[in-house]
Write a protein that binds this ligand. Sequence first.
Ligand code: CP
Ligand code: NVA
Length: 312
Amino acid sequence: MATPLAHPTPRPSINLRHDLDLSVEELNALLELAHQVKQSRQRFASSLRGRYVTLLFEKPSLRTRLTFELAIKQLGGDCVTQTGMIGDREPLKDVARNVARWTDAIVARTFSQETIEELARWSGIPVINALSDLYHPCQALADIFTLKEHFEKLRGLKLAYVGDGNNVAHSLLLNCARLGMHCSVATPPGYEPNAGIVARAREFAAISGAQIEIINDPVQAVRAAHAVYTDVWTSMGQEAEAAGRNRIFAPYQVNTELLQAARKDMLFMHCLPAKRGLEVTDEIIESPQSVVFDQAENRLHVQKSLLLLMLQ
Ligand code: CP
Ligand code: NVA
């Protein structure tokens, strides 16, 4: 008779290559588990004993890297971290198959979404997108969890995203659309979110009742919003465009004047790192309505919850 394994092989289907890899049911279960994880670190202290995770980072990180390393260790597992381009010394499919022989999951921050997809295709172990050019699903999980903590119910809330239609905007759009949250995105013309991702969000919104609005007017976007979110105007890898972007995005700064149009009890959100004086003023990010450090803290809790769902 076969000896039962201490840790059954994880279902290869549980990835987080992008936000849509989690079903709405899994998403809600993850948020519920994150709540329990946040309440009691001790209860889950040995849940991942004997489990190892590889972290691959092509781009810099403070929050994502540290919260994943801490999450894995606080759950009783361990991790190894590699920085630098992933597929430059050997094909990605070889990297994926090497890592899968040593560890149980991969967390990867990449330039290209295709790198994430290739790692998942070849490794056969769970792959978590820790930010790519197209998505930042772990951030969106923490953001949704933070909103739930503050407002209790997500359905019917309005989130306004003002700035660049980037990876963070994409993940927020998909999550809002699936959870019945209205999402209004205001960008300068030409910097709108990816049309294919917006189309997917609209499909989900038609089911959930969410309203999705992609516009160029920041005042209209923040009108009656429960949360106003912004991110850097120049994402990692776009540094050569910074000067031009600073000019183009200037009317999209989140400041006291813009927020006159939002609800009085609105929350200010930012994934961090922030460039004070560009996408947000120091006054707003330091205001009592700013929940940016709650978002950062919650990265730890939602990522623990994700690892438990994938590896337990
Ligand atoms: N918000 C976020 O992902 O931060 P890092 O780039 O520091 O990981
Ligand atoms: N949009 C930003 C997010 C950083 C957490 C970037 O990709 O650099």
